[in-house]
Design a protein around this ligand. Structure first.
Ligand SMILES: NC(=O)c1ccc[n+]([C@@H]2O[C@H](COP(=O)([O-])OP(=O)(O)OC[C@H]3O[C@@H](n4cnc5c(N)ncnc54)[C@H](OP(=O)(O)O)[C@@H]3O)[C@@H](O)[C@H]2O)c1
Length: 324
């Protein structure tokens, strides 16, 4: 369902009425709109924290507007629906200059590549049809790796598909999100451990989602760029899972250890929890590629890392979650 909200409400930053942001309002001046997908998600809600204070009109695509932050509901135009729906995308991309594109994870997807491309195909059609100028995409580091990389490979196929439209594109290329550890807060709290199929002694590049959001907000607010580039966003550390456990031990002031999961046992556990076989295999294959150094070349090449270090993130985000 497509539902643009309150057509006569003035945008707080520009004074434009909301209907001015939609095509089909020929009497009103065209104001370039920034469109945000997945606005309730970890990255995109933090992008909105910044963009809603800026001078540009913002439009979000939300399946359930009731889940949006009140400030987003008040200050952004809302198109209701999923950003996998061509009709929703056609409405949302009307008059849009820039789009923040993120394919949501779906651990029940039976085909991981088709999950990413099934979202991206209609978006590419809408980008072309509506004349979107710039897309900032959430993707992974390691596009030059070559081999199969589990859940990371469909993200690279997504980048290829978006680039084939000729739109201006910045592929925000990230390593392991620090926030992934929030899924293991219970095990950290009650068992003093966290677990993944990654090698215990192999450095794993990380990034905090706040730094991804800051980079995305900067690019979306800037209409001077064109062409297609990869923008790596990588935190300053190079810690193995064992070294991360040492940081957790220090920050939480209690012993925390890392346990490397056996890939087959890990996959079986994930499917028992309802994950599709394909997604669970994608997680295992991703961990193998990470342990094989898929992030290494881009991490070595980074000259100005993202600001948030792992220790700082643990103090500010993980520790309050564990103590809650
Ligand atoms: N985790 C990592 O280490 C890592 C590393 C590199 C790249 N990435 C990429 O980062 C992305 C995930 O970002 P994130 O952590 O910010 O996401 P997230 O917090 O999981 O948010 C995804 C949002 O998408 C929405 N959503 C879910 N299913 C949907 C559907 N069928 N249609 C429309 N919207 C839907 C959900 O909102 P509602 O439920 O409110 O609709 C949810 O808030 C993925 O594309 C992943 O490939 C992740």
């Amino acid at each position: 369902m497509v539902k643009a909200l309150a057509p006569e409400t003035a945008h707080p930053a520009t004074g434009e009425t909301r209907s001015a942001h939609c095509a089909g309002s020929p009497s009103l001046p065209e104001v370039p709109v920034i469109v945000i997908t997945a606005p309730t998600g970890e990255i995109c809600r933090q992008v909105l924290d910044t963009l809603l204070d800026g001078g540009r009109p913002v439009r979000v695509i939300a399946r359930d507007p009731g889940r949006l932050a009140p400030r987003t509901r008040d200050r952004a135009e809302v198109v209701q629906g999923s950003h996998s729906d061509p009709e929703v995308l056609a409405e949302a991309f009307k008059g849009a200059d820039s789009v923040l594109w993120l394919v949501p994870p779906n651990s029940r997807a039976e085909d991981i590549q088709e999950h990413y491309l099934g979202f991206t195909r209609p978006a590419c059609d809408a980008i072309t049809a509506q004349g979107v100028e710039r897309v900032v995409g959430v993707t992974s580091l390691g596009r030059g790796y070559g081999g199969h990389a589990g859940l990371l490979s469909p993200a690279f196929a997504m980048d290829d598909m978006i680039e084939s439209t000729g739109v201006g594109y910045r592929a925000l290329a990230m390593p392991f999100f620090m926030e992934n550890l929030l899924h293991q807060v219970e095990a950290i709290r009650t068992q003093g451990m966290f677990s993944m199929p990654n090698r215990a002694d192999r450095p794993l590049a990380t990034v905090a989602t706040r730094d991804i959001a800051a980079t995305a907000a900067r690019l979306l607010s800037d209409d001077s760029w064109s062409g297609q580039e990869t923008v790596p966003v990588i935190g300053p550390d190079s810690l193995s899972p064992d070294a991360m456990a040492e940081v957790l031990t220090e920050v939480l002031e209690r012993p925390v250890r890392f346990q490397q999961a056996d890939p087959e046992a890990y996959k079986a556990m994930m499917t028992r929890y309802g994950m599709s076989d394909a997604w669970a295999q994608g997680l295992v294959d991703m961990a193998i590629a990470q342990s094989d150094g898929i992030y290494d070349a881009e991490q070595r090449a980074v000259t100005s890392p993202a600001p948030t270090g792992f220790h700082q993130w643990c103090e500010e985000v993980l520790k309050p979650a564990v103590l809650a």
